[in-house]
Design a binder for this molecule. Structure first.
Ligand code: NAD
Length: 346
Protein backbone atom coordinates (compact mmCIF):
# COMPACT_ATOMS: atom_id res chain seq x y z
CA UNK A 1 0.00 0.00 0.00
CA UNK A 2 1.37 3.41 -0.98
CA UNK A 3 1.27 5.88 1.89
CA UNK A 4 2.09 9.01 -0.11
CA UNK A 5 2.42 10.03 -3.73
CA UNK A 6 3.16 13.71 -3.26
CA UNK A 7 5.80 15.57 -1.31
CA UNK A 8 3.44 16.56 1.49
CA UNK A 9 4.62 16.03 5.04
CA UNK A 10 2.57 16.30 8.20
CA UNK A 11 4.61 17.97 10.94
CA UNK A 12 3.51 17.20 14.51
CA UNK A 13 4.99 19.16 17.38
CA UNK A 14 5.02 17.81 20.90
CA UNK A 15 1.66 19.27 21.95
CA UNK A 16 -0.01 17.62 18.92
CA UNK A 17 1.76 14.33 19.55
CA UNK A 18 0.24 14.43 23.04
CA UNK A 19 -3.26 15.11 21.66
CA UNK A 20 -2.79 12.17 19.28
CA UNK A 21 -2.24 9.84 22.25
CA UNK A 22 1.50 9.76 22.96
CA UNK A 23 0.97 9.59 26.72
CA UNK A 24 -1.27 6.52 26.49
CA UNK A 25 0.89 3.90 28.23
CA UNK A 26 -1.51 1.05 27.51
CA UNK A 27 -1.34 1.74 23.76
CA UNK A 28 2.45 2.00 24.05
CA UNK A 29 2.78 -1.33 25.87
CA UNK A 30 0.62 -3.01 23.22
CA UNK A 31 2.68 -1.41 20.43
CA UNK A 32 5.92 -2.61 22.04
CA UNK A 33 4.63 -6.19 22.24
CA UNK A 34 3.33 -6.03 18.66
CA UNK A 35 6.66 -4.70 17.35
CA UNK A 36 8.76 -7.34 19.11
CA UNK A 37 6.37 -10.04 17.88
CA UNK A 38 6.86 -8.80 14.30
CA UNK A 39 10.63 -8.64 14.87
CA UNK A 40 10.59 -12.23 16.10
CA UNK A 41 8.61 -13.29 13.02
CA UNK A 42 11.19 -11.70 10.71
CA UNK A 43 8.87 -8.87 9.62
CA UNK A 44 11.10 -6.02 10.83
CA UNK A 45 14.39 -4.80 9.40
CA UNK A 46 16.22 -2.98 12.16
CA UNK A 47 20.00 -2.71 11.73
CA UNK A 48 22.06 -1.66 14.77
CA UNK A 49 21.85 2.06 15.38
CA UNK A 50 24.72 4.22 14.16
CA UNK A 51 26.21 6.13 17.07
CA UNK A 52 28.56 9.08 17.26
CA UNK A 53 29.77 10.46 20.57
CA UNK A 54 30.92 14.07 20.73
CA UNK A 55 33.14 16.07 21.06
CA UNK A 56 36.40 14.65 19.71
CA UNK A 57 38.91 13.98 22.48
CA UNK A 58 38.54 14.68 26.18
CA UNK A 59 38.62 17.80 28.28
CA UNK A 60 35.35 19.44 27.19
CA UNK A 61 32.78 20.30 29.83
CA UNK A 62 30.06 18.62 27.77
CA UNK A 63 29.43 15.24 26.15
CA UNK A 64 26.66 14.25 23.77
CA UNK A 65 25.71 11.73 21.12
CA UNK A 66 23.60 11.28 18.01
CA UNK A 67 22.02 7.97 17.01
CA UNK A 68 20.56 7.23 13.61
CA UNK A 69 17.94 4.46 13.85
CA UNK A 70 16.42 3.44 10.49
CA UNK A 71 13.96 0.57 10.14
CA UNK A 72 11.31 -1.05 7.98
CA UNK A 73 8.17 -2.71 9.36
CA UNK A 74 6.54 -5.17 6.99
CA UNK A 75 3.49 -7.34 7.57
CA UNK A 76 0.27 -5.32 7.34
CA UNK A 77 2.18 -2.10 8.08
CA UNK A 78 4.63 -1.57 5.21
CA UNK A 79 6.19 1.56 6.65
CA UNK A 80 9.73 2.79 6.90
CA UNK A 81 11.39 5.54 8.81
CA UNK A 82 14.08 6.58 11.19
CA UNK A 83 14.55 8.11 14.56
CA UNK A 84 17.25 10.73 14.93
CA UNK A 85 18.01 10.40 18.62
CA UNK A 86 20.29 12.55 20.73
CA UNK A 87 21.28 12.98 24.35
CA UNK A 88 23.50 15.57 26.00
CA UNK A 89 24.96 15.59 29.50
CA UNK A 90 25.08 19.37 29.26
CA UNK A 91 21.31 19.51 29.14
CA UNK A 92 21.18 18.35 32.76
CA UNK A 93 22.67 21.77 33.62
CA UNK A 94 20.41 23.85 31.35
CA UNK A 95 16.87 24.42 32.64
CA UNK A 96 14.15 23.83 30.05
CA UNK A 97 15.92 21.28 27.83
CA UNK A 98 15.45 17.52 28.18
CA UNK A 99 18.52 15.24 28.46
CA UNK A 100 17.31 13.31 25.40
CA UNK A 101 15.81 15.01 22.32
CA UNK A 102 14.50 12.96 19.40
CA UNK A 103 12.77 13.41 16.09
CA UNK A 104 10.94 10.67 14.19
CA UNK A 105 10.53 10.54 10.40
CA UNK A 106 7.99 8.24 8.73
CA UNK A 107 8.55 7.36 5.08
CA UNK A 108 6.70 5.45 2.42
CA UNK A 109 8.94 2.48 1.60
CA UNK A 110 7.63 2.26 -1.99
CA UNK A 111 8.07 5.88 -3.11
CA UNK A 112 10.54 6.63 -0.29
CA UNK A 113 8.68 9.91 0.26
CA UNK A 114 8.63 11.09 3.87
CA UNK A 115 5.04 11.69 4.98
CA UNK A 116 5.30 12.65 8.64
CA UNK A 117 7.90 14.27 10.87
CA UNK A 118 7.03 14.27 14.52
CA UNK A 119 8.51 15.04 17.90
CA UNK A 120 10.02 11.76 19.03
CA UNK A 121 11.06 12.78 22.53
CA UNK A 122 7.89 11.70 24.30
CA UNK A 123 7.58 8.56 22.19
CA UNK A 124 11.11 7.62 23.27
CA UNK A 125 10.37 8.12 26.95
CA UNK A 126 7.10 6.20 26.76
CA UNK A 127 8.37 3.28 24.69
CA UNK A 128 11.62 2.94 26.65
CA UNK A 129 9.74 2.45 29.89
CA UNK A 130 7.17 0.27 28.13
CA UNK A 131 9.99 -2.10 27.13
CA UNK A 132 10.93 -2.38 30.81
CA UNK A 133 7.25 -2.91 31.61
CA UNK A 134 7.02 -5.77 29.11
CA UNK A 135 10.23 -7.33 30.48
CA UNK A 136 8.76 -7.03 33.99
CA UNK A 137 5.42 -8.53 32.97
CA UNK A 138 7.18 -11.62 31.63
CA UNK A 139 9.84 -12.04 34.31
CA UNK A 140 8.74 -10.93 37.80
CA UNK A 141 7.52 -13.58 40.21
CA UNK A 142 3.69 -13.80 40.36
CA UNK A 143 3.64 -12.53 43.95
CA UNK A 144 5.91 -9.54 43.24
CA UNK A 145 4.69 -6.57 45.27
CA UNK A 146 7.58 -4.10 45.49
CA UNK A 147 9.63 -2.35 42.81
CA UNK A 148 12.73 -0.20 43.11
CA UNK A 149 13.11 2.34 40.31
CA UNK A 150 16.53 3.99 40.19
CA UNK A 151 16.56 7.31 38.32
CA UNK A 152 13.84 9.93 38.69
CA UNK A 153 14.39 11.73 35.41
CA UNK A 154 12.26 11.64 32.26
CA UNK A 155 12.46 7.85 31.86
CA UNK A 156 11.84 7.47 35.60
CA UNK A 157 8.58 9.37 35.13
CA UNK A 158 7.31 7.10 32.37
CA UNK A 159 8.65 4.08 34.28
CA UNK A 160 6.10 4.67 37.02
CA UNK A 161 3.37 4.57 34.36
CA UNK A 162 4.79 1.44 32.73
CA UNK A 163 5.21 -0.50 35.97
CA UNK A 164 1.73 0.39 37.22
CA UNK A 165 0.11 -0.59 33.90
CA UNK A 166 2.17 -3.68 33.07
CA UNK A 167 2.59 -5.21 36.54
CA UNK A 168 -0.40 -3.96 38.55
CA UNK A 169 0.36 -6.41 41.38
CA UNK A 170 3.17 -4.02 42.37
CA UNK A 171 1.76 -1.95 45.24
CA UNK A 172 4.91 -0.28 46.53
CA UNK A 173 7.51 1.61 44.48
CA UNK A 174 10.75 2.96 45.90
CA UNK A 175 11.84 5.79 43.63
CA UNK A 176 15.55 6.51 44.05
CA UNK A 177 17.70 9.30 42.71
CA UNK A 178 21.01 10.80 43.82
CA UNK A 179 19.04 14.04 43.76
CA UNK A 180 16.45 13.36 46.47
CA UNK A 181 14.46 16.50 45.64
CA UNK A 182 13.88 15.13 42.12
CA UNK A 183 12.61 11.81 43.47
CA UNK A 184 10.37 13.61 45.94
CA UNK A 185 8.90 15.90 43.28
CA UNK A 186 8.21 13.00 40.91
CA UNK A 187 6.66 10.88 43.66
CA UNK A 188 4.41 13.84 44.54
CA UNK A 189 3.36 14.20 40.88
CA UNK A 190 2.11 10.60 40.86
CA UNK A 191 0.52 10.57 44.31
CA UNK A 192 -2.95 9.04 43.93
CA UNK A 193 -2.67 8.52 40.16
CA UNK A 194 -2.25 4.76 40.52
CA UNK A 195 -3.13 2.30 43.28
CA UNK A 196 0.48 2.27 44.49
CA UNK A 197 2.55 3.82 47.27
CA UNK A 198 5.59 5.71 45.93
CA UNK A 199 8.41 6.28 48.41
CA UNK A 200 11.26 8.61 47.37
CA UNK A 201 14.80 7.90 48.55
CA UNK A 202 18.37 8.97 47.83
CA UNK A 203 19.75 5.60 48.90
CA UNK A 204 18.67 2.91 46.45
CA UNK A 205 20.91 0.23 47.90
CA UNK A 206 19.38 0.48 51.37
CA UNK A 207 15.96 -0.59 50.03
CA UNK A 208 17.15 -3.01 47.30
CA UNK A 209 16.61 -6.02 49.57
CA UNK A 210 12.88 -5.28 49.73
CA UNK A 211 12.40 -5.17 45.96
CA UNK A 212 11.10 -7.98 43.75
CA UNK A 213 12.13 -6.00 40.67
CA UNK A 214 14.80 -3.31 40.31
CA UNK A 215 14.63 -1.13 37.22
CA UNK A 216 17.47 1.29 36.54
CA UNK A 217 17.04 4.32 34.26
CA UNK A 218 19.94 6.55 35.24
CA UNK A 219 22.62 8.55 33.53
CA UNK A 220 25.28 6.89 35.71
CA UNK A 221 28.66 6.69 34.00
CA UNK A 222 29.94 3.74 36.05
CA UNK A 223 28.11 0.69 37.42
CA UNK A 224 26.59 1.04 40.88
CA UNK A 225 24.54 -2.19 41.12
CA UNK A 226 26.75 -5.10 42.21
CA UNK A 227 26.13 -8.64 43.44
CA UNK A 228 25.31 -7.42 46.94
CA UNK A 229 22.01 -6.00 45.53
CA UNK A 230 20.85 -9.43 44.32
CA UNK A 231 18.52 -11.82 46.13
CA UNK A 232 16.73 -15.01 45.00
CA UNK A 233 13.74 -14.31 42.76
CA UNK A 234 14.85 -10.80 41.79
CA UNK A 235 14.39 -9.34 38.32
CA UNK A 236 16.84 -6.56 37.39
CA UNK A 237 16.09 -4.45 34.33
CA UNK A 238 18.81 -2.06 33.12
CA UNK A 239 17.72 0.68 30.70
CA UNK A 240 20.86 2.85 30.91
CA UNK A 241 24.33 1.69 29.89
CA UNK A 242 26.45 1.79 33.04
CA UNK A 243 24.32 0.50 35.86
CA UNK A 244 24.84 -3.19 36.73
CA UNK A 245 28.40 -4.49 36.95
CA UNK A 246 29.49 -7.55 34.98
CA UNK A 247 29.70 -9.79 38.04
CA UNK A 248 26.05 -9.13 38.94
CA UNK A 249 24.97 -9.91 35.37
CA UNK A 250 27.08 -13.09 35.33
CA UNK A 251 25.56 -14.11 38.68
CA UNK A 252 22.05 -14.02 37.14
CA UNK A 253 20.40 -17.34 36.24
CA UNK A 254 18.81 -15.86 33.12
CA UNK A 255 20.12 -13.03 30.94
CA UNK A 256 17.55 -11.37 28.68
CA UNK A 257 18.09 -8.62 26.12
CA UNK A 258 15.77 -6.60 23.90
CA UNK A 259 17.59 -7.44 20.64
CA UNK A 260 20.83 -9.45 20.59
CA UNK A 261 22.05 -8.39 17.12
CA UNK A 262 22.07 -4.76 18.18
CA UNK A 263 23.01 -4.86 21.85
CA UNK A 264 26.31 -6.66 21.17
CA UNK A 265 27.42 -3.71 19.02
CA UNK A 266 27.24 -1.27 21.93
CA UNK A 267 30.41 -1.57 24.02
CA UNK A 268 29.05 0.00 27.18
CA UNK A 269 26.35 -2.67 27.54
CA UNK A 270 27.17 -5.61 29.83
CA UNK A 271 25.86 -8.15 27.28
CA UNK A 272 28.26 -6.75 24.65
CA UNK A 273 31.21 -6.88 27.04
CA UNK A 274 30.45 -10.47 28.02
CA UNK A 275 29.99 -11.45 24.37
CA UNK A 276 33.30 -9.85 23.36
CA UNK A 277 35.06 -11.58 26.27
CA UNK A 278 33.73 -14.93 24.97
CA UNK A 279 31.56 -15.35 28.07
CA UNK A 280 28.10 -15.04 26.47
CA UNK A 281 26.57 -16.31 23.25
CA UNK A 282 23.22 -15.67 21.59
CA UNK A 283 21.86 -19.09 22.55
CA UNK A 284 22.48 -18.29 26.22
CA UNK A 285 20.18 -15.24 26.27
CA UNK A 286 16.43 -14.80 25.99
CA UNK A 287 15.32 -12.07 23.59
CA UNK A 288 12.24 -9.96 24.22
CA UNK A 289 10.67 -11.31 21.00
CA UNK A 290 10.78 -14.82 22.44
CA UNK A 291 8.94 -13.61 25.52
CA UNK A 292 6.13 -11.83 23.67
CA UNK A 293 5.71 -14.68 21.18
CA UNK A 294 5.40 -17.14 24.09
CA UNK A 295 8.47 -19.10 22.94
CA UNK A 296 10.07 -18.77 26.37
CA UNK A 297 8.41 -20.73 29.13
CA UNK A 298 9.16 -18.14 31.83
CA UNK A 299 10.78 -18.66 35.21
CA UNK A 300 11.31 -22.35 35.91
CA UNK A 301 11.81 -21.65 39.61
CA UNK A 302 10.60 -18.78 41.73
CA UNK A 303 14.07 -18.08 43.10
CA UNK A 304 15.83 -17.54 39.76
CA UNK A 305 17.57 -14.18 39.31
CA UNK A 306 16.90 -12.58 35.95
CA UNK A 307 18.83 -9.70 34.39
CA UNK A 308 17.24 -7.85 31.46
CA UNK A 309 18.76 -5.02 29.45
CA UNK A 310 17.73 -2.91 26.50
CA UNK A 311 19.38 -0.64 23.99
CA UNK A 312 16.18 0.53 22.31
CA UNK A 313 14.77 -0.33 18.90
CA UNK A 314 14.09 2.24 16.18
CA UNK A 315 11.16 0.12 14.99
CA UNK A 316 9.32 1.00 18.22
CA UNK A 317 9.55 4.69 17.43
CA UNK A 318 8.30 4.12 13.90
CA UNK A 319 5.46 1.83 14.98
CA UNK A 320 4.23 4.24 17.65
CA UNK A 321 4.88 7.30 15.49
CA UNK A 322 2.74 5.73 12.76
CA UNK A 323 -0.14 5.05 15.16
CA UNK A 324 0.04 8.68 16.34
CA UNK A 325 0.18 9.89 12.72
CA UNK A 326 -3.03 7.99 11.91
CA UNK A 327 -4.73 9.45 15.00
CA UNK A 328 -3.50 12.95 14.14
CA UNK A 329 -4.83 12.64 10.60
CA UNK A 330 -8.28 11.69 11.91
CA UNK A 331 -8.19 14.55 14.42
CA UNK A 332 -7.01 17.13 11.88
CA UNK A 333 -3.84 17.88 13.85
CA UNK A 334 -0.50 19.16 12.62
CA UNK A 335 1.02 21.49 10.07
CA UNK A 336 1.25 20.54 6.42
CA UNK A 337 4.59 21.27 4.80
CA UNK A 338 6.08 20.20 1.48
CA UNK A 339 9.49 19.14 0.21
CA UNK A 340 8.66 20.77 -3.15
CA UNK A 341 5.75 21.87 -5.37
CA UNK A 342 7.47 20.23 -8.34
CA UNK A 343 10.88 18.57 -8.11
CA UNK A 344 13.51 20.50 -10.08
CA UNK A 345 15.15 17.33 -11.35
CA UNK A 346 13.53 13.94 -11.73
N1 NAD B 1 17.28 1.64 26.48
C1 NAD B 1 16.64 2.60 25.83
O1 NAD B 1 15.90 2.35 24.89
C2 NAD B 1 16.79 4.01 26.30
C3 NAD B 1 16.08 5.04 25.64
C4 NAD B 1 16.16 6.33 26.15
C5 NAD B 1 16.97 6.60 27.25
N2 NAD B 1 17.67 5.58 27.83
C6 NAD B 1 18.57 5.83 28.96
O2 NAD B 1 17.80 6.11 30.13
C7 NAD B 1 18.63 6.85 31.02
C8 NAD B 1 17.84 7.96 31.68
O3 NAD B 1 17.48 8.94 30.71
P1 NAD B 1 16.62 10.22 31.13
O4 NAD B 1 16.22 10.90 29.88
O5 NAD B 1 15.58 9.83 32.12
O6 NAD B 1 17.73 11.10 31.90
P2 NAD B 1 17.46 12.24 33.01
O7 NAD B 1 18.70 13.09 33.00
O8 NAD B 1 16.15 12.88 32.79
O9 NAD B 1 17.40 11.41 34.38
C9 NAD B 1 18.45 10.60 34.84
C10 NAD B 1 18.41 10.58 36.36
O10 NAD B 1 19.35 9.61 36.83
C11 NAD B 1 19.87 10.11 38.06
N3 NAD B 1 21.09 9.37 38.37
C12 NAD B 1 22.27 9.39 37.73
N4 NAD B 1 23.12 8.51 38.31
C13 NAD B 1 22.45 7.92 39.31
C14 NAD B 1 22.78 6.93 40.26
N5 NAD B 1 23.99 6.35 40.29
N6 NAD B 1 21.85 6.57 41.17
C15 NAD B 1 20.63 7.14 41.19
N7 NAD B 1 20.24 8.09 40.29
C16 NAD B 1 21.15 8.48 39.37
C17 NAD B 1 20.07 11.59 37.80
O11 NAD B 1 20.17 12.32 39.01
C18 NAD B 1 18.81 11.92 37.01
O12 NAD B 1 17.74 12.37 37.83
C19 NAD B 1 19.84 7.31 30.22
O13 NAD B 1 20.95 6.49 30.50
C20 NAD B 1 19.42 7.07 28.79
O14 NAD B 1 20.51 6.82 27.93
C21 NAD B 1 17.58 4.30 27.39
Amino acid sequence: MLHSIDAGILFLQEEEVIKAGALDMKMTLDAVEETYALLGKGQVLNPPKTHIAMPIGSGANWGSFFNSMPCYIGGDYNIGGTKWAAESKKNATIPGIPYGIDITILSDPETVLPFCILDGTLITAMRTSAVAGVFAKHTVPKDAATALLVGAGVIGRTMIMAVCEAVPQIKKIYLADLDLAKAEALAADYKGVYDVEIIPTADAKSVAGEADVIITETTARSPFLDKSWLKPGLTVINMGSMEADLESVKASDIIAVDYWDQIITYDSKAAAQLYKAGELTKDQVIELSEMVLGNWEGRKEANQIINCSSLGLGALDIMIGYKLFLNAQKMGLGTHVKLWDKPLWE
